[in-house]
Design a protein around this ligand. Structure first.
Ligand SMILES: C[S@@+](CC[C@H](N)C(=O)[O-])C[C@H]1O[C@@H](n2cnc3c(N)ncnc32)[C@H](O)[C@@H]1O
Length: 205
């Protein structure tokens, strides 16, 4: 962690302990020992491009809200946002921490059910921290169908994979699905400042 004032450091430690305890309760769906670093979330946001050109951004799997908070710092007033999070504790906590954003407690497979409420027919960019390597192929497919259907043509889907699980069967199955569905898939260089290190997938519909 970079050098930070004591209160910030305390909050960071508390958040990590909380995330780790949620991992112990739900190892498969939480899928990581620690939340993403700001290096990883910053690189993901940059992959999304100019936020001012977006009307609606969606995040899937907010966890303790690292990416959500980072996005909130940069989100223009003209851009709407909602997130879907399966875990009720995470969903409620992030909603309380960021009351101006909308966090629904629901599965990422249901993006399309929320578009009307946000007066949108499509999403410009979808960011996701869902632990794909822990998810069975049939569930990966359901969620990816929802992502692909809800994105506008040219819209981006941005997610990440941990390097240690890159060659797991479920992880390569997920990459195959991305290649089949999207017109392009780019894999970033390794983001080392994350526990564990990760690569970012940027997919264009
Ligand atoms: C590894 S954590 C990532 C959290 C955060 N985005 C980050 O990068 O630190 C994965 C999160 O995805 C959520 N999740 C897993 N499957 C999901 C699904 N099908 N729909 C919505 N959220 C899901 C988990 O509950 C967990 O909060």
């Amino acid at each position: 962690m970079p050098s930070q004032p004591r209160d910030t450091r305390r909050a960071w430690i508390k958040e990590n302990i909380h995330f780790f305890s949620m991992f112990l309760k739900n190892p498969k769906t939480v899928g990581a020992l620690f939340p993403s670093s700001r290096s990883l979330t910053g690189a993901m946001i940059r992959e999304g491009g100019d936020l001012h050109k977006s009307k609606l951004i969606v995040e899937l799997g907010v966890g303790t809200g690292v990416l959500t908070g980072h996005l909130a710092e940069q989100l223009p007033k003209t851009c709407d946002f909602f997130a879907l999070e399966l875990n009720p504790v995470f969903a409620q906590q992030v909603q309380e921490a960021l009351p101006h954003l909308t966090i629904y407690e629901d599965s990422a497979a249901h993006i399309n059910d929320y578009l009307e409420r946000h007066h949108a027919s499509h999403v410009d960019t979808i960011y996701s921290g869902i632990p794909w390597a822990n998810i069975p192929p049939s569930v990966q497919l359901d969620i990816l169908k929802s992502i692909h259907e809800s994105l506008r043509p040219g819209g981006k889907f941005i997610t990440f994979a941990y390097t240690h699980s890159y060659y797991f069967r479920t992880a390569s199955n997920f990459r195959d699905l991305l290649e089949e569905r999207f017109s392009s898939l780019e894999v970033s260089p390794i983001v080392w400042k994350n526990i564990p290190p990760a690569v970012i997938y940027t997919c264009v519909k």
